[in-house]
Design a protein around this ligand. Structure first.
Ligand code: AMP
Ligand code: MG
Length: 304
């Protein structure tokens, strides 16, 4: 589901009750995958892709919520986050995990003209979506996992769970406190050596998400190209190794980790602060030792 490992851990309930709650949580995540996966021809996201310009596509409230937040974050980030990036992600070989020859500048520029979140219209009244140009596709790979976690968290809380974690590919939503200690401990992977940790973050509540260049990449002529594309250039982002974001909900943490990866630390930390989130950047350096850059105050939550 969602092309990644999904895990729900419940710490406070008896086994039978917990089992029911876990099922409800996974049902919620499955629902998001069915509605929002661009790999499924029957998803709402595929219906948008297959629509013609100005055709109205009516979507579920869940899909609309995610598209709406995507639009807001696209606006706030000046287009660094853009869910219409799909054709470029595909061209760089990240849909079929197949390495393709490097694109030419003309090819990239042509594709960039065929995308852009401003060409996707959202009308909240009847949850209607329409695209303005034929080539537009929606790729919620940078935000839907987070929304799925939020829905699962809601389902678990409704089932009476008071201490749990919901994990989807390294994005985690927290419920309550851990049984031992006051804060959840989340390892930050060393991007240059992904079987090791750079350290551990202490998190009290909310959610955390990481976008990393080690998660999905191609090596072409000795250079690494990662799956996060800068919509302003059409090229995979260079120089950032990972971004971990702590936010009140998992959708924001997920979307922001992708956004900040594109924006880099200078603009990224400003946006994080504006949205009451905190971020840890792991940056490439000349000497091969990654540099860590924290939001104000976040160092105190980090143990190397
Ligand atoms: P994440 O692992 O959450 O950072 O999401 C990465 C995924 O988001 C990629 O695999 C693409 O599907 C999608 N993506 C890549 N670049 C962007 C971008 N600039 N804006 C929005 N989504 C993106
Ligand atoms: Mg993300």
């Amino acid at each position: 589901m969602m092309g990644t490992l999904n895990e729900i851990e419940i710490f406070d309930l008896k086994k039978q009750v917990a089992q029911k709650a876990v099922e409800k949580g996974f049902d919620a995540m499955q629902r998001v995958d069915d509605l929002m996966s661009h790999y499924k021809e029957s998803s709402e996201v595929s219906r948008i892709k297959n629509s013609v310009p100005l055709e109205t596509v009516r979507v579920s409230q869940d899909t609309f919520n995610v598209l709406k937040r995507s639009e807001e974050i696209a606006q706030l980030s000046d287009g660094a986050f853009d869910v219409t990036i799909g054709p470029l992600v595909k061209r760089w070989g990240f849909y079929d995990k197949e390495q393709k020859p490097l694109p030419t500048r003309q090819e990239i520029n042509r594709m960039r003209r065929g995308m852009g979140y401003v060409h996707l219209f959202l009308r909240p009244k009847n949850r209607e979506v329409s695209k303005r140009i034929p080539t537009l596709e929606v790729d919620l790979g940078g935000i839907a996992k987070g929304y799925a976690i939020d829905l699962a968290v809601k389902a678990l809380k409704q089932a009476g769970v008071v201490s749990a974690t919901v994990n989807s590919g390294g994005n985690i939503g927290f419920i309550g406190n851990p049984v031992k200690g006051e804060a959840w401990e989340v390892g930050v992977i060393d991007p240059l050596n992904p079987s090791e940790l750079l350290g551990v973050l202490n998190i009290k509540e909310g959610a955390v998400a990481t976008s990393g260049n080690y998660e999905n990449y191609h090596e072409i002529e000795g250079k690494r190209y990662s799956h996060i594309i800068d919509p302003r250039t059409g090229w995979p982002v260079q120089g950032v190794l990972s971004v971990t974001v702590i936010a009140a909900n998992a959708m924001d943490a997920d979307a922001l980790s992708t956004t900040l990866f594109v924006l880099g630390p200078k603009q990224g930390l400003v946006l994080a602060e504006k949205l009451n989130a905190k971020a840890l950047f792991v940056l490439e350096t000349e000497n091969g030792k990654p540099e860590l850059v924290f939001s104000k105050g976040l160092e105190t939550q980090f143990k190397p």
